[in-house]
Design a protein. Structure first.
Length: 358
């Protein structure tokens, strides 16, 4: 299904920049960066985690735009990579690390929310709760009722794509005791489909109140997800990126780690002195009801004070871009050698938040 998913999408010419080279930080530099990221995770009150295909490659599911990605090889006319079927794929260490942060209360009084661009269902299989997750591009195992909005998780991928009718009917019981029997559709977006308004609204809200936006395994080329970290930046929050390829957001981030996601999360949890519980593997019971009641009228938490998080850019020997928090007591340096520090203060970056092309 993983390759079938890509093949089932409509023909689309603008798939972004393909085949960018992968970069790897040296071991000591990576450890230093992971220690900084661990400290930010430990001290943050609200964290939003934005995930992409790069967190699932360790499970055997190929990415799209990497050197051996599905669309990269397609553009070259080359043979497609080996791929594990979505049903057979298992959550990676990164999936479990994320689940531990959100559901196991690793740190008290901390709120963690996950925004995923993946459709492989591995976040839910790791035990991540649905109310802690927004799946912007859908879920290959999920159906939604057109009448009541109820969602049902299947034991195998649904047979359609592009939010089409699957042929199944909703078995939700209404208040009057009768079955809903509304028609079910898949939740997977095709290229020109609009994002689900509830998932999009929740994602933008969570980014706009986070003091740390952690980006894992995505090149941020698909909008509007690619612009969401700007919402965290605007209120003075930090942005940390873990990706093998360079991204358009690198110059606006506080920390960039070029390494595999599993390697980074392993080092981060080691620095936190917290083990990663990988014991859960949620089964896929047929027709599991994922209905979640969300409070649409909750008041937003107060924004972070800008004066305490005015981010300056710092370069170390023109090596790694790192961050300094004005008004604080320290400067986090990720370069190999402190050397001469050059500061470059950047104004807030504006982004076209209305660009919702998928």
């Amino acid at each position: 299904m993983s390759l079938n998913y890509a093949a089932s999408l409509s023909k689309y010419a603008h798939k972004g920049v393909l085949g960018l080279s992968e970069n790897f930080d040296d071991v000591e530099k990576l450890k230093e960066k992971c220690n900084i990221l661990a400290d930010w995770i430990k001290t943050s009150k609200r964290i939003v985690i934005l995930t992409g295909a790069g967190i699932s490659t360790a499970s055997g599911i190929p990415d799209f735009r990497g050197p051996n990605g599905v669309w990269t090889l397609e553009a070259k006319g080359s043979k497609q990579p080996n791929s594990v079927d979505f049903v057979e794929a298992k959550p990676t260490l990164t999936h479990y690390a994320i689940e531990n942060l959100t559901s196991k209360s690793v740190f008290k009084n901390q709120h963690v929310f996950v925004i995923s661009q993946n459709v492989d269902n591995l976040h839910l299989r790791s035990g991540l709760l649905k109310d802690k997750l927004a799946e912007l591009h859908g879920n290959a195992f999920l159906e939604r009722c057109l009448s009541c909005g109820r969602e049902f998780l299947r034991s195998s991928p649904v047979v359609t794509i592009g939010m089409k009718k699957t042929g199944n009917l909703c078995n939700n019981t209404k208040d009057n005791g009768r079955r809903c029997r509304g028609k079910l559709v898949d939740t997977i977006l095709d290229w020109e489909d609009s994002l689900p308004s509830d998932e999009l609204e929740e994602s933008e809200y969570q980014c706009s109140v986070a003091d740390l936006c952690l980006i894992l395994g995505t090149s941020l080329q698909i909008q509007p997800a690619g612009n969401m970290p700007f919402k965290t930046k605007r209120i003075g929050g930090r942005i940390a990126i873990v990706n093998l390829q360079k991204t358009r957001m690198d110059q606006h981030s506080n920390l960039v780690l070029h390494a595999k996601c599993d390697d980074v999360m392993g080092l981060v949890f080691k620095a936190l002195d917290v083990g990663i519980d990988r014991s859960a593997l949620v089964s896929l019971p047929e027709g599991r009801d994922l209905y979640v009641v969300k409070d649409k009228f909750r008041p937003p938490p107060p924004p972070l004070p800008r004066s305490s998080h005015v981010v300056k850019r710092v370069k170390v020997h023109n090596d790694e871009v790192v961050s300094k928090v004005e008004g604080g007591t320290d400067t986090e340096i990720c370069g190999q050698n402190p050397g001469t520090i050059k500061q470059e203060e950047h104004d807030d970056v504006t982004a076209n938040d209305n660009d919702q092309k998928n």
